[in-house]
Design a protein around this ligand. Structure first.
Ligand SMILES: Nc1ncnc2c1ncn2[C@@H]1O[C@H](COP(=O)(O)OP(=O)(O)OP(=O)(O)O)[C@@H](O)[C@H]1O
Length: 654
């Protein structure tokens, strides 16, 4: 690894060993940005730095946290050694990327995405030859570096045992944080925790798979990759658990949910369905479902109804099996809160939905279109049947038809051996939600219209139609009318979909901000000064909330951590680059949409706003090394929204 790093330094980074390295660059302004982009994870990393430091205090080592590019953002060392480390360039704000400082424990571990120890003259530059640095990267859910822990010493000649011990300690710390990030990231999904050895399920060595409500793999952590012997996460993402294990998904869910905290034995399906090796696993339901028992996810081939893993806000407060309409209704009440106009809207929508009127749910990003649709399904008489949500914007054009309508075995090159039922049929008996319907390609729109008219689905490659009984909800943040006028959306389909339009208000239009804040901030009351400082209340009330409830949720989550049991003050409210827009006082409290603003103030302002948005997005993507999830997180947007905006601005990596 060291030789190849040296080669990289010469050939790719254009560094010359003979040149005495200049003063280390200090990028103080980056530190704050990096801390912000780590969000609540920063506090966890920092506490881990303290923990490591306490373990090695007195040994002359410094404990360091860097961002994903190698800039030091936290640093702990005995106070009498601080000046010495500073002289060697190890201080807060210093950039230790490999392309700048040559082979070193921070930059090289980040480049290799692996832990590494660089011992004294293994450093590329001579002026770093007194250093010994061990770095261990913290990886995100896509295997990209999120941050890094490092332990460094100056002038010491530690023996191999000490170096190995330090490295193990750092790897463990990095793994702890990666796991926490994985669990936070997939907190709305099912997590399958597994290991070959039953006693190790629940320990740091276990592998983690995140599964969606259909039992499809949506996340794989590094340990899971290594236990499953897979090189590439992409091989596993989107396949069903039943393709991985020799058991139907619903059986697997049933058997794992019955075993409680005990790990169950599972068999991995080998090539040609030969049973290969066994594992032990435990299934952990999303935090939002912890009070419910019942099925986890459905098998592709099974007609058995399933409960969808509900979003926390869409979760009924009482047991699902309770039949009373009032209890079911509480799912919707949770969404509407105390906003009177929203309550009326929801009541009417439910009535019409029960009479099979298709609903079109519209609203800006993050207003709760998805949560509202799920809650509506939960409150309806179909609550025991599937709720299947398909994001039409996230599916590549060439796959959308197969995904929606299904296909027979061998229908086209690359089709799965067993064929695929398709999402529309998966929703049979229940509710189909077509999210981001405005992004559906025209060819798929034509087929969808046929299916809805005939109430029959004909999978690709099949000549027989299958009867369909679904309730339909379509959702979009776009104006379908405008899309129709531009010829991008079929008018006949538009009329077929919008039996009733549920137009969800933007957060700045809602009358129940205080209620939402209390729900999303562990019961803190907006009007209570021991919970919120009056300036913070003002700031919350004045923000335009372009990211709506999603943004509010994120801002409050971060504020609670930063405030540390104290009242939340303005400096705790990290509104993020897309959220710092305060309502201009002249506009008063009346809602002014983006469109109205641009119409009234002219296209000059609009293009300036767009330019700023374009540049902000680009800089966040670059900063996140084109990791879209990470950039979306730091921008306070959903991944879908970021993808959409990248499409609008034609932002591509190359
Ligand atoms: N009424 C509510 N109360 C509390 N939290 C809510 C409410 N509605 C939505 N949320 C939360 O806000 C976030 C965004 O909600 P949701 O995904 O439903 O919005 P959306 O309009 O579908 O977003 P997008 O258009 O970006 O897909 C979610 O984390 C959800 O849990």
């Amino acid at each position: 690894m060291i030789l190849s790093s040296w080669e990289r330094c010469r050939n790719e980074h254009g560094l010359e060993k003979e040149h005495e390295q200049r003063e280390t660059v200090v990028r103080r302004e980056r530190v704050r940005d990096s801390i912000e982009s780590l969000g609540p994870l920063f506090a966890a990393c920092r506490s881990q730095v303290q923990h490591i430091f306490q373990n090695i205090v007195g040994s002359g080592h410094a404990v360091i946290l860097t961002d994903n590019s190698g800039t030091i953002i936290d640093f702990s060392v005995q106070s009498d050694l601080e000046a010495l480390f500073r002289q060697s360039g190890l201080r807060r704000g210093a950039d230790w990327s490999e392309d700048r400082e040559g082979t070193n424990g921070i930059g090289t571990a980040i480049t290799e995405k692996k832990s590494v120890t660089i011992y004294r003259d293994q450093h590329f530059y001579r002026n770093h030859a007194a250093l010994t640095c061990t770095g261990a990267p913290i990886l995100d859910v896509e295997g990209e570096v999120l941050a890094l822990f490092d332990v460094s010493s100056i002038g010491r000649k530690d023996d191999l045992d000490i170096l190995a011990h330090t490295r193990a300690l750092l790897e463990m710390s990095a793994r702890l944080i990666s796991r926490r990030n994985f669990q936070d990231h997939f907190s709305d999904q099912w997590i399958l925790r597994f290991h070959q050895d039953a006693d190790r399920v629940g320990l740091l060595e276990e592998g983690l798979l995140a599964l969606d409500h259909n039992g499809r793999i949506v996340g794989v952590d590094e340990m899971a990759l290594s236990h499953l012997g897979a090189n590439d996460r992409g091989e596993l993402i989107s396949i069903g658990v039943e393709d991985l294990f020799a058991m139907k998904a619903d059986k697997l869910a049933e058997s794992l949910s019955q075993s409680g905290r005990q790990a169950q034995e599972l068999w991995l399906a080998g090539g040609n369905n030969q049973l290969e090796r066994n594992l032990h696993a435990r299934l952990v339901e999303p935090a939002s479902l912890s009070k419910h028992s019942g099925l986890a996810f459905r098998s592709n081939g099974s007609a058995k109804p399933v409960r969808r893993a509900l979003d926390p806000v869409a979760r009924p407060v009482s047991r699902i099996s309770d039949d009373s309409v009032n209890v079911r209704q509480s799912a919707l009440n949770q969404i509407t809160g105390s906003d009177p106009s929203l309550q009326v809207l929801a009541k009417n929508a439910l009535k019409l939905f029960e009479h099979d009127v298709p609903l079109l749910v519209t609203g800006e990003t993050g207003v709760g279109k998805d949560s509202f649709s799920r809650a509506l399904h939960e409150a309806s008489s179909r609550f025991e049947h599937p709720f299947v949500a398909v994001n039409c914007g996230a599916l590549p054009e060439n796959l959308i038809e197969g995904e929606l309508f299904g296909y027979k075995a061998g229908a086209f090159t690359g089709a799965q051996e067993k064929g695929f039922k398709g999402q529309i049929l998966a929703a049979n008996g229940g509710t189909l939600m077509l999210d981001e319907i405005g992004d559906m390609p025209l060819s798929a729109q034509t087929r969808l219209l046929q299916v809805l008219e005939q109430r029959k689905v004909m999978p690709l490659g099949s000549s027989e139609g299958i009867d369909l009984d679904i309730r339909l909800i379509a959702a979009t943040h776009q104006s379908l009318k405008e899309l129709c006028a531009q010829g991008k959306f079929r008018e006949d389909l538009y009329f077929r979909l919008c039996g009733f339009t549920v137009s969800l208000p933007a957060l700045r239009e809602r009358e129940d901000l205080a209620g939402l804040v209390s729900k999303l901030s562990e019961g803190r009351q907006l009007e209570n000064e021991t919970d919120f400082d009056p300036d913070a209340v003002q700031m919350l009330r004045n923000s335009t909330w372009p990211g709506n409830i999603r943004q509010l949720k994120h801002v409050l989550k971060t504020a609670i951590i930063l405030a540390d049991e104290e009242p939340i003050r303005p400096e705790h409210l990290q509104m993020g680059p897309m959220g710092a827009v305060l309502r201009p006082p002249s506009m008063g409290d009346d809602f002014v949409s983006e469109h109205t603003i641009s119409q009234e103030l002219g296209s000059g302002l609009q293009s300036n706003l767009q330019k700023t948005e374009y540049e902000t997005i680009l800089s966040h993507l670059r900063c996140a090394k084109w990791n879209v999830s990470k950039a979306a997180r730091s921008l306070g947007l959903s991944r879908n929204t970021l993808y959409r905006k990248m499409k609008i601005y034609s932002i591509n990596r190359h």
